[in-house]
Write a protein that binds this ligand. Structure first.
Ligand SMILES: O=C(O)COP(=O)(O)O
Ligand SMILES: [Mg+2]
Length: 214
C-alpha cells in the first residue's frame, strides 16, 4: 500500500460521467450553426483538452469567427444541460468518502464554473480542498500549473501526491509535476490506450484504489 496525502482527480471521464450531456450540447451548437449533428461516440473522443479543442474538432476546421461563436454557444447550451444525464461513475462517491481523511482536489480542463456547478449539484463541493478548471490559470493540462497550485494549497511535495486520470493529458500533467499517476480505463481512453501512456498504476474500477493507496 502506498500512502499519499493529497489525491488529485481529473473530472470528466474519471470522477463524473459527463459525456452524454457534452455530446448533446455540442449537437445543439452544430444545429444552431446549421451544421450536421455528430454521433455521440465521435464527440466523446474530443473530450479532455478543454472547450476550444472540443469545438475545433467538432467544427472540423472552421474559420476563427466560427470557432469563437461555437465556443460561446457551447458555454450557453451546456450550462442548460449540465446535469441532464450526468452523475458520478459507479463507486466514485463512496471512494471519496473512503479518502475523506486525506486532502482531495480536482484538476480538470473543463471550465472551472462547470466543475464547480456539477460538484454543488452532486452535493460534493465540500469534499474538495481545491478545484481547478481549464480556465483557472494561464495554461491548462498538460501544463502542470494547476496541479502545482493544488499541491501548494495543500502544502505538499510531489512525492506526497497522486494524480488520478483517464487520459494521456493527465499522465503528462503528472509527469511534468513529478507526481505519480494512476490511470483509469473506464473513461475517455480505452484500456489499450491508457496502458500505452504507461501510468504508474492502471485500474479498471475506482475501488481498486483502496487496494493500492492508503
Ligand atoms: O472537458 C474537458 O475537456 C476535459 O475535462 P477533464 O480534464 O476533467 O477530463
Ligand atoms: Mg478526463
Amino acid at each position: 500500500m502506498t500512502p499519499f496525502s493529497l489525491y488529485v482527480f481529473d473530472f470528466d471521464g474519471t470522477l463524473v460521467d459527463t459525456k452524454l450531456d457534452i455530446a448533446y450540447s455540442v449537437n445543439l451548437v452544430l444545429q444552431e450553426m446549421g451544421r450536421e449533428a455528430l454521433p455521440k461516440e465521435v464527440t466523446f473522443g474530443y473530450v479532455g483538452r478543454g472547450v476550444r479543442h472540443l469545438m475545433t474538432q467538432a467544427l472540423n476546421g472552421a474559420g476563427d469567427g466560427d470557432l469563437e461563436r461555437a465556443v460561446s454557444l457551447f458555454m450557453k447550451h451546456y450550462e442548460q444541460h449540465l446535469m441532464d444525464q450526468t452523475d458520478y461513475f459507479p463507486h466514485c462517491r463512496d471512494l471519496l468518502k473512503h479518502y475523506a481523511n486525506k486532502q482531495l482536489a480536482v484538476v480538470s480542463n473543463k471550465p472551472e464554473k462547470f466543475v464547480e456547478q456539477i460538484l454543488v449539484e452532486l452535493n460534493s463541493r465540500g469534499a474538495f480542498q481545491s478545484v481547478v478548471g481549464g480556465d483557472s490559470f494561464k495554461n491548462k493540462k498538460p501544463d502542470p500549473m494547476g496541479l502545482r497550485h493544488v499541491m501548494q494549497v495543500a502544502g505538499l511535495k510531489p512525492e506526497d501526491v497522486l494524480m488520478v486520470g483517464d487520459s494521456e493529458v493527465d499522465v503528462a500533467t503528472a509527469r511534468a509535476a513529478g507526481v505519480k499517476v494512476c490511470g483509469v480505463t473506464y473513461g475517455h481512453a480505452t484500456r489499450e490506450e491508457m496502458a500505452s501512456y504507461q501510468p504508474d498504476w492502471l485500474i479498471h474500477d475506482i475501488r481498486e484504489m483502496k487496494r493500492y493507496f492508503l
